[in-house]
Design a protein around this ligand. Structure first.
Ligand code: 13P
Length: 250
């Protein structure tokens, strides 16, 4: 039985003051929810604050990106071990916004996945097709290509040490997410592709769903057999919304 996981992706929002209010409300809200796991991925400068406020609670924290390298002349980049220094359990890898805006390729994403594992973090590895790809019927082809890049590098046993997230790009930030049935079909496709290589790894790996997950659709999405949690953008910035999604997972 896979334990559900709800992760908030704050993206580039927040400040010291608003973060404190939000984190304290989340801690209070999910304190008694012991049947699932919860985390927030905050902007890098606020990791120290997240660590200070969230340690010894049932809310973990993580980052939204990192370098695949441990050190070097990479101005503006953050190494995996630096995230570990601030207690990160998770790091989002290959989010569509980074693939799109920063040209992150499949091989780079795969290298980051491996680097995160090597430093003892759980990568949250995002896959998903754009609207154009979706409308052209290329969903499975695109998701398979993205998934295979990581599978070819670290194999199914490595993959299942991390977390997968299927986020159809056309559903992100639109308020119009995939229907639970549509989402389930792709989640099941992903799990089957891993099962083809390793049944145990496929049964173990958690596949989160992302893209306009809100209170209104969370329970239905989370009731699908291959949806093991949610990666929440917008709604994770509002404590009551995020807590309500966590309650649905619990
Ligand atoms: P929204 O929940 O705002 O659609 O964002 C989803 C997302 O990109 C999470 O990583």
């Amino acid at each position: 039985m896979r334990r559900k996981l709800v992760v908030g992706n704050w993206k580039m929002y927040g400040n010291l003051e608003s973060n404190k209010v939000l984190l304290e409300a989340i801690i209070k809200g999910v304190h008694d929810y012991r049947n699932a796991d919860y985390a927030v991925c905050v902007p890098t400068p606020y990791l120290f604050q997240a660590q200070a406020i969230l340690q010894d609670t049932n809310v973990a924290w993580g980052a939204q990106n990192m370098s695949q390298f441990e050190a070097g002349a990479f101005t503006g980049s953050v190494a995996p071990h630096m995230l570990v220094d601030f207690g990160c359990s998770y790091v989002i890898i290959g989010h569509s916004e980074r693939r799109e805006l920063c040209n992150e390729s499949d091989p780079v994403v795969a290298a980051k996945f491996e680097a995160a594992l090597n430093d003892g973090m759980k990568p949250i590895f995002c896959v998903g097709e754009t609207r154009e790809e979706y409308e052209s019927g290329l969903t499975e082809q695109v998701v398979a290509r993205q998934l295979d890049a990581v599978l070819n590098r670290i194999g199914p046993k490595g993959l299942c040490q991390g977390v997968l997230a299927y986020e159809p790009v056309w559903a992100i930030g639109t308020g119009r997410g995939a229907t639970p049935q549509k989402a389930q079909a792709v989640h099941s496709f992903i799990r089957n592709r891993v099962a083809h290589l390793d049944k145990a790894a496929a049964a173990k790996v958690r596949i989160l769903h992302g893209g306009s997950v809100r209170v209104a659709n969370a329970a239905q999405l989370l009731s699908m057999p291959d949806i093991d949690g949610a990666l929440v953008g917008h709604a994770s910035l509002v404590a009551e919304e995020f807590v309500a999604i966590c309650r649905a997972a619990n």
